[in-house]
Ligand binder design. Sequence first.
Ligand SMILES: CC(C)(COP(=O)(O)OP(=O)(O)OC[C@H]1O[C@@H](n2cnc3c(N)ncnc32)[C@H](O)[C@@H]1OP(=O)(O)O)[C@@H](O)C(=O)NCCC(=O)NCCS
Length: 174
Amino acid sequence: MSEFVIFNYEHPHVVNLDVREQVRDIFFESSSKKDFKNQEEKDSFLWKYLDFYLTHYSEFAWVALSKKKVLGYIIGMPLSSDPKLYEIQPHMKKFENLFSEYGAHLHINCHADARGMGVGSKLVTHFMRKLKDHHIPGVHIITGPESRNKEFYRKLGFDFECEREGMCFMGKKT
Ligand SMILES: CC(C)(COP(=O)(O)OP(=O)(O)OC[C@H]1O[C@@H](n2cnc3c(N)ncnc32)[C@H](O)[C@@H]1OP(=O)(O)O)[C@@H](O)C(=O)NCCC(=O)NCCS
């Protein structure tokens, strides 16, 4: 389980394995939102925080694979001031003035069996390296002000924090 390789979501090996189902399972299992009024609401949630990125920004989507098992994934985009994103995640606009420094953002989730083993750190480091290659100056995540996962990001060097309207923005320069 501890040995894994990071592949881009569009890598032929990943496409061949067809990992969509596994990634979706990790997404829903990791999410704090568990109740959906109907299928439409569930689909829209999936689009907003997963499929949007896989569809429009697969260049910035990676999975950590141990043989055929997905241990975790990271998705994101290099510049968050995208009107397509604002349509589905209007809260992003509230942090727009910080995008000149921390313009990229990411979402990461690991399989429940694979947490605390370094998979998440390696995925973030990989993502950061790619941003640097693209000359993107910084990245952010948005989480809850009291969320436990803030510690994970702090340990990875997300040293800028800003709270607005019940959300915590954490940034790191590449
Ligand atoms: C948060 C998450 C992506 C971290 O990935 P991971 O592979 O478990 O983390 P790592 O093993 O690389 O941990 C790196 C360090 O962060 C710490 N850490 C990881 N997750 C943590 C958490 N939720 N709370 C506090 N510390 C955490 C680890 O203890 C470790 O510390 P160490 O270097 O001192 O040993 C993963 O645990 C996960 O998917 N959690 C559930 C969903 C989630 O919270 N997603 C993020 C949404 S913003």
